[in-house]
Design a protein around this ligand. Structure first.
Ligand code: RRO
Length: 309
């Protein structure tokens, strides 16, 4: 009922993890493989291991999450090797790539592109938390140049980009015009809303240590922005580019809303961190119940079919 496709990759369920959420170590990736998630996506990787930013660097409250992890990861070779040893090899395995320079990205993508058990590459253009490294997705020229140089390395690979949230129609149009020029298979909307500030009025302090307390916002806080980005790119991008929704998916209704706006698959971040991998079977059951109530048999019955007033 929830089966979906990203390019020619079949996912048994349209629900899987957002990069960053419980997907850094092999043990975490194994747990995703054993869960009801429809695919496994790695933490964004860099050329070598990174410890990430100082602790505390993750905070959550009833409305969502707030992070400045700073790209802690095991290095791209770890995620390449995991492809060959993972359990449930029939479940698609995607690797997220987030080099600190274009050269880093080109090197990793060339290597990962030649690793057959990796089903797809999600190029992260939107990490908000590395000091001194602005988000590529907000620099249109850099985004264009990145895609121009990455595209020839991905001729035989399913690939796509993880975008930051945009907030202005001009930026949606400009970004879509760039993306439409390249043979990408998907875009993931959205990364966390960067450079937010959550504070504790009791202690009169920031709640995370890195970058004077500034970090990326996720969870319920960001669902309306995520839906707006999914909808805009669904409308503006070539029809062969799948939209993967990410942002504020905690319940089956949230997943339904993302699909209604045009998402072909939906990632879960904050809720996965909070609840563990059991979130996938719960959200799946909630989404199926809602679909049954509405008389929908598959996600294509309502994907993108948001109605106007
Ligand atoms: O590791 C992080 O700090 C991080 C990354 Br790479 C990202 O893409 N999004 C985010 O919220 N945190």
């Amino acid at each position: 009922m929830l089966r979906t496709y990203i390019a020619d990759i079949a996912l048994p369920s349209c629900l899987y993890n957002a990069s960053g959420a419980r997907c850094v170590t092999a043990a975490e990736l194994d747990a995703l493989a054993e869960s009801a998630a429809g695919a496994i996506l790695s933490k964004s990787c860099t050329p070598t291991y990174r410890a990430g930013n100082p602790l505390p660097r993750y905070y959550e409250n009833e409305w969502g999450s707030f992070n400045s992890m700073g790209l802690p990861n095991e290095g791209y070779k770890y995620y390449a090797k995991y492809a060959a040893v993972r359990p449930h090899r029939d479940k698609p395995y995607f690797v997220s790539v987030s080099g600190l320079s274009l050269d880093d990205n080109l090197m990793m993508i060339e290597a990962l592109g030649k690793t057959p058990p990796i089903d797809a590459i999600e190029l992260n253009l939107s990490c908000p938390n590395v000091p001194g490294k602005p988000q590529t997705g907000y620099d249109m020229e850099h985004t264009n140049e990145t895609l121009r140089q990455v595209a020839p390395l991905c001729l035989n690979k399913v690939w796509g980009v993880k975008l930051p949230p945009y907030f202005d129609i001009a930026h949606f149009n400009e970004t879509a015009a760039i993306l439409n020029q390249y043979p990408i298979h998907f875009v993931t909307c959205i990364n966390s809303i960067g450079n937010a500030l959550v504070i504790d009025p009791h202690s009169e302090q920031v709640v995370i240590k890195p970058r004077n307390g500034f970090g990326g916002l996720g969870g319920d806080y960001i669902k309306p922005t995520a839906l707006a980005n999914v909808r805009q790119f669904y409308t503006l991008l070539r029809p062969d580019i799948a939209i993967i929704g990410c942002g504020g998916v905690r319940t089956g209704i949230d997943a339904f809303e993302h699909i209604l706006c045009g998402a072909s698959a939906v990632q879960v971040g904050t809720a996965l961190v909070r609840e563990g991998t059991a979130c996938f079977s719960r959200i799946e059951a909630e989404l199926k119940t809602l679909m049954q109530q509405k008389g929908y048999y598959c996600i294509d019955d309502f994907k993108g079919k948001l109605k106007e007033l």
